[in-house]
Structures are given as structure tokens and as C-alpha cells.
Design a protein around this ligand. Structure first.
Ligand SMILES: Nc1ncnc2c1ncn2[C@@H]1O[C@H](COP(=O)(O)OP(=O)(O)OP(=O)(O)O)[C@@H](O)[C@H]1O
Length: 684
């Protein structure tokens, strides 16, 4: 836990994504890990194999330049501790988390403080309205009781006048409060979103399985947090004001009634807390299960075509129904507890209707007080009681609020520790720091040393790569070293599951578990072509320039340049077919897989990187098209690392790294010209 979390985090996060977090890297196919609280995902998800028996690197072997750690298969993290539920109910802990989440906005934004001051002023005025009505109605009922017609009509007129005067106060109180909450939501969501998109948090959190359903936390929990927080704090304030003003009224009518009220409210609060204490944990679980259900539905929509081909709807329906049942089962426990609370709350509420009357009746019958004072004591009693009964009356929503705070704090903390982790992994090289980085690399994570400028070299030194922490850890590659000079083209080959894509993940800094040093061009000079193409939401132009933004790019390529590149990748007819470069479509659904792969190569040519990393990026292309893409890359002089199974790829590379030689071993060879020629002849 960081002492400055999350105040410093929220206050200091600039509203930009980090320069290093280049989206193209993220396009490397990501491992989908199951969130800690989520049920397992459906079978078509690209889930990681966690079974050691399914891996081929479990034995201990010495291979070409490699040796394997004795401790390859580590036990994954244990499930949630049993005392987590207890922690969740710890009110002082929740209040601390609340302060840390809430304060940065009010500290950083002067206008927000003025807004809040306005809402607080209106809160005071609104409490004044309640007190005013209490006195008006007292005289009204006394006039009725004493049959004083003049006073009665006068009080009626006063009442309507007060109604007209007070209504705007009540309406504007709500209006300003809602606006204040909305602005707060916008501020905090922008910050959390910036942090989520920065430093690859969105990838790392998913891969580590540290937090479930981040989408829900950003879109829903933050919204609930801001509106509920404001309501909560203002309710406390109103209660404090009410308590002061109505206590004075009640005390002046009958001090004993005040004492009875205090005893009644205290008993009710204690009983409610005892009966309802499990609600916080259950509400937390409910948020998780609802999000899991929604996620199941989203995946059905996202993978509609694959599921339809598989005729997998029955299986999907079963999985979503299972998630629904998990939500319903938990909710029925919530409802059962609410019922128990209901017995308490209903009795508590209705007893109030006669309790003050029973207490003051003797004084009324003896003529010591008027009927107006009796009705006023009713009003004061119920006001104070509802102030003192915040916990009794709002226990359910308070427990939901507490659960939301817990989830947000957990999320923000995970984002914060991700920033620290990323900073430990990456550094920008300066002269003479290589030895230091290498030393760090042997002891901690794999280190990435980015060389500023336009270098086209790539070095991998003593790289030992493990599957991520949290999974059943396994050594995939041991002690790998190689160097690529500008324009070199390396093909990474080997049987399925031997760690080819994982090596690319390590070079991209996505996988850090292991040791060693990768020295590479800066991240904006590296371009990844992932196995599974990614099309962004937006126009064809936006897709061609991705991850750059055509709206904010200073000198975006003109239409002629875009058309030239589309011509190279054989997609020249696409703009005409789709209605122009600015046509917006769901490109992942509209384009064939081969077209999407060609689009990715078009992006690569437009971005002209120093280093291209291609993970089976041409697997859906014909041999001719593949040759054209690689010839073009060679023409640009770009250094290349490709992963692929196709023999034809040999023709476009000058080195081959074979993985999976005796488990985590490897072998690096030059590809001879006659080998290349042989491949070309065979593929003709
Ligand atoms: N998130 C993860 N956690 C644990 N193990 C993982 C994870 N992702 C992948 N793996 C495992 O790491 C191993 C290497 O995966 P990788 O994707 O690098 O294989 P590959 O050589 O590229 O295979 P293919 O040729 O089939 O694409 C596989 O056994 C895979 O199951």
C-alpha cells in the first residue's frame, strides 16, 4: 500500500495517456485471465492454460545455452482470505477510503468548492424551511383547536405565502446538488480513465486478474460514488442542523420526550447494525455478479458470428443463465436480510406515530400545552428521529455505498501499483547505464531499455521468460541472447505453445516475469502486427492511421498518400466500395480476415517504424500478397521480428530462432541464400 494513494494519484494524473503506452503494442493478442471473483469464462475465450501437465516445459533440462530453474511450477495465489468480509464491514477503514477517493476533487478545483459551498448554503436554507413550516403549522393547528377563525385564515395565508417562497429553495437545492455530483463524476471518471489507459494498465490488470470488471467500476461505480457521496454528506449535514434546531424545539416542549427519543434511536441503530451487518459483503458480491452477467452478454454480442457458426447458442445460454443464477442467488440472500431488517424498520417507523402523543398526552389533557404544541412535538420528534436513524433507515443503501467504495479503492490501488511496476520495467537509456540495467534485469523483472532516436537495432540479453505471476508459472525461454542490426529480419519459429508470441510480449514489455534485458528502439518507433487484427471504432482513415488520431495529428498523410498505401496492400477499391475514407463502419465485422491483415500492413507502411514485430500477421494472406508485404518492408529498411509457421516466411528473413528445442531451449541460425531460393522455388 502506498502512503500517497490515491490522493496523489488522482491529483497528479495528467489528463493524457502516457507517451509509452502505445496502443499498437496492445494489439499483440492478450491473455484473458479470469477475474478473481468471476466464474470461468466461456470456452471460446483465449484463456491461458493453467495446467502444468499441458505444458511442455516442465522438466529440468540443459539445452543450447539454456538451463531450467528447479522451481518452474509455482502455486498460484490463494483465494480470498476469510477475514476480507470482516474488513469490508470495518467502518473506520471505509471512511478512510472514502476520504482518499473523495478529497482530490475538492482540493484541486476551486470552482468545485464554490459549487459545494452553494449547495451547503441551500442545505441550511432548506433546514430553515422545515423549521419555518413547523412553526406555521403549530399556530395553524392551535387556531383550529381554539376555534380562532381570524388566526386560522391568517395562518392559512401565511402557509401559502411560505409555500411560494420556499419552493424554489427546495427545487434549487436538488438541482445544484445533482449538477455538483455530475461535474464531480466527470472529473473523477476522466482521471481514472486516463490512469486506466496509461502505462498499459488496461492490459496488465486484465492479465494479472487483479480486479474484476473494470468497465463497471469506471462507468457505474464512479457514478454511484459521486452522487451517493454527495447525498450521504449532505444528509449528515441536514441531520446535524435538524438535530440542533428540532432538539431545541422538543426540549422546550417536554425534556423527558427528548430523552425517550435518544434511547429509542440508539436501540434501533444498534439492533439494525447487528441484524444487517452481512449486507455490505453481500452488496459487494452483487456488484460483481451483475457485472459478470453483463460481461457474458457482451461476449455473446461480440462473438456473435463464431457462436452462430458453432451453433453454440445453447452453451452460451447455459453460461449466461449460470451467471444470472449466481446474481439471483446472492440477491435473494440480500432480500432475505432486507426482510429481517424490514421487521425492525417497520416496527420502528410505526411506533413513532403514537409514541410522542403518548408521552405528551398527560400534559395536553392537563391543559399545560396546546394542540399546536402536540403537533409540533410530533414533527420535531419525527425529524430528530429520522436524523438519529440514518443508519436504521438507510442501512441498505449505506451498505451498497460501502461496497462501492471498497471496489473503487481496490481498483485505484491496482492502477497505482501498475504505474510503479511499469516504471520499474522501462527505462530510457543514457550512456553508461547498461550495466546497471542488466544487473537489475537479473534480479527482478525483464528490463526494457529504450534507445531514443531512430535506432533500428534490437538486442536481447540473457532473457529468461516465465509465464505471468499469478498463473502456474512456467519457464518458456531460458537465457536467450541475440542481436539484430538495422534491417535484419528474424523469423521466430517452433511448435505451438513454445513461447513465440510470448517472446514478442516480452519485447513489448507486456510480459515482465523473468529476467534479462531487452534493448530496443523507443516504443513509438516499434510497430506490432498482431495475429488477431484489431480495427478501431471509427472511419477507414482512423483505422489506417491507428493508433494516431487523424483529428489531432499535426500533419496527417493526405488522401493521395493513403490511397497509395491502400494500393500497395491491394485494398485500393475499399474506399469506393465503402463510401470513402471517412466512412464509419464496424470494420472488424465488415472486412474479411485477410482484408483486416492487409489493413494492418497498410498501417505499418504509413507509420514507417524502426522495428516491425509481426505475429503471424500474414497468416490469412495468399503467398503473393505475403511476398508483396515483406518486399515492401525490406524496401523500407525496417528491422523485423516475425513469428510464423509458414515455410514461405523463410524466404523473407535472414535469421531463424527456433524455440522449443528441448523444452525451454532455443537455437539461432542464419538462413542461407540457397534455403531462401529453395523456398521460393517450392512456393512458385
Ligand atoms: N496469461 C497466461 N498465463 C499463463 N500461461 C500462458 C498465458 N498466456 C499464454 N500462456 C501459455 O504460454 C505458452 C506460450 O504461449 P504463446 O502464445 O507464446 O505460444 P506460441 O508459441 O506463440 O503458440 P502458437 O504457435 O500456437 O501461437 C502456452 O503454453 C500458453 O498456454
Amino acid at each position: 500500500m502506498h502512503s500517497h494513494f490515491p490522493v496523489a494519484f488522482l491529483a497528479s494524473v495528467p489528463f493524457t495517456t502516457t507517451s509509452r503506452a502505445s496502443f499498437q503494442r496492445v494489439c499483440v493478442s492478450r491473455p484473458a485471465r479470469r477475474p478473481r471473483f468471476s466464474p470461468p469464462r466461456t470456452s471460446y475465450a483465449p484463456t491461458a492454460s493453467l495446467s502444468p501437465s499441458s505444458q511442455n516445459g516442465a522438466s529440468h533440462t540443459e539445452t543450447s545455452g539454456s538451463h531450467v530453474d528447479d522451481n518452474q511450477n509455482r502455486v498460484p495465489e490463494p483465494p480470498e482470505e476469510p477475514d476480507v468480509e470482516k474488513k469490508r464491514r470495518d467502518v473506520s477503514r471505509l471512511l478512510k477510503l472514502f476520504g482518499r477517493l473523495a478529497m482530490p476533487y475538492w482540493k484541486s478545483d476551486k470552482k468545485a468548492r464554490w459549487d459545494l459551498a452553494g449547495v451547503i448554503a441551500l442545505t441550511f436554507l432548506q433546514s430553515g424551511v422545515s423549521v419555518g413550516f413547523s412553526f406555521i403549522s403549530k399556530d395553524f393547528w392551535t387556531a383550529l383547536n381554539t376555534k380562532n377563525a381570524d388566526l386560522f385564515y391568517h395562518q392559512s395565508a401565511v402557509f401559502f405565502f411560505a409555500l411560494v417562497a420556499f419552493t424554489p429553495i427546495v427545487v434549487y437545492y436538488q438541482y445544484f446538488r445533482d449538477n455538483c455530483a455530475l461535474r464531480w463524476r466527470e472529473w473523477i471518471t476522466e482521471r481514472v480513465l486516463a490512469q486506466y489507459c496509461a502505462d498499459r494498465s488496461f492490459y496488465n490488470l486484465e492479465a494479472d486478474g487483479k480486479v474484476d470488471n473494470p468497465d463497471q467500476r469506471i462507468a457505474q461505480d464512479l457514478n454511484a460514488f459521486t452522487s451517493e457521496s454527495l447525498a450521504f454528506v449532505l444528509t449528515l449535514l441536514v441531520s446535524a442542523i435538524d438535530l440542533a434546531s428540532f432538539s431545541a424545539i422538543l426540549f422546550s416542549i417536554y425534556p423527558a420526550l427528548f430523552a425517550i427519543l435518544l434511547g429509542y434511536a440508539t436501540t434501533g441503530t444498534v439492533l439494525t447494525a447487528v441484524v444487517g451487518k452481512r449486507l455490505v459483503g453481500l452488496n459487494y458480491q452483487q456488484l460483481v455478479r451483475e457485472a459478470d452477467l453483463r460481461y457474458g452478454l457482451i461476449r455473446l454480442r461480440e462473438n456473435a458470428e463464431s457462436i452462430a457458426f458453432f451453433k453454440g447458442e445453447a452453451r452460451e445460454e447455459a453460461e449466461i443463465t449460470r451467471r444470472l443464477k449466481a446474481a439471483v442467488t446472492n440477491m435473494s440472500e440480500v432480500i432475505r436480510l432486507r426482510r429481517q431488517l424490514g421487521f425492525l424498520q417497520t416496527g420502528y417507523k410505526y411506533a413513532v406515530q403514537v409514541l410522542p402523543a403518548i408521552c405528551v398526552a398527560p400534559r395536553y389533557f392537563s391543559g399545560a400545552i396546546e394542540l399546536g404544541s402536540v403537533t409540533q412535538s410530533f414533527g420535531a420528534f419525527s425529524h430528530i428521529l429520522s436524523d438519529l436513524s440514518l443508519v436504521v433507515n438507510r442501512f441498505d443503501s449505506l451498505s451498497q455505498f460501502g461496497a462501492g467504495i471498497d471496489r473503487l479503492a481496490e481498483f485505484v490501488q491496482a492502477l497505482e501499483s501498475n504505474v510503479d511496476e511499469e516504471n520499474r520495467t522501462f527505462n530510457t537509456a543514457t550512456v553508461g547505464d547498461k550495466a546497471k540495467t542488466l544487473e537489475e534485469g537479473t534480479s527482478k523483472n525483464i528490463q526494457i531499455r529504450e534507445i531514443p532516436g531512430r535506432t533500428r537495432e534490437l538486442s536481447v540479453e540473457e532473457l529468461t521468460l516465465m509465464t505471468p505471476v499469478g498463473s502456474v508459472e512456467r519457464e518458456l525461454i531460458t537465457n536467450l541472447s541475440f542481436h539484430l542490426s538495422a534491417g535484419d529480419r528474424l523469423l521466430v519459429a517452433g511448435p505451438s505453445g513454445t513461447g513465440k508470441s510470448s517472446l514478442l510480449r516480452a519485447i513489448a514489455g507486456l510480459w515482465k516475469n523473468g529476467s534479462g534485458l531487452v534493448t530496443c528502439p523507443s516504443s513509438d518507433a516499434i510497430f506490432f502486427v498482431p495475429q488477431k487484427p484489431y480495427c478501431t471504432l471509427g472511419s477507414l482513415r482512423a483505422n489506417l492511421l491507428y493508433p494516431r488520431d487523424p483529428d489531432t495529428e499535426e500533419n496527417p498523410p493526405d488522401d493521395a498518400a493513403l490511397m497509395r498505401v491502400l494500393d500497395i496492400v491491394d485494398l485500393h477499391e475499399l474506399p469506393a466500395r465503402m463510401g470513402g475514407l471517412d466512412t464509419v463502419a464496424d470494420w472488424s465485422d465488415t472486412l474479411s480476415l485477410g482484408e483486416q491483415q492487409r489493413l494492418q500492413f497498410a498501417r505499418l507502411f504509413l507509420s514507417q517504424p524502426s522495428l516491425a514485430i509481426i505475429d503471424e500477421g500474414s497468416s490469412a494472406l495468399g503467398i503473393d500478397a505475403e511476398k508483396r508485404m515483406y518486399d515492401m518492408i525490406r524496401g523500407l529498411g525496417v528491422t523485423v521480428v516475425s513469428v510464423g509457421h509458414r515455410p514461405s516466411l523463410l524466404a523473407y528473413h535472414d535469421k531463424i530462432l527456433r524455440l522449443g528445442k528441448s523444452n525451454s531451449g532455443w537455437e539461432l541460425e542464419d538462413i542461407k541464400q540457397e534455403q531462401r531460393d529453395r523456398v521460393i522455388v517450392q512456393t512458385l
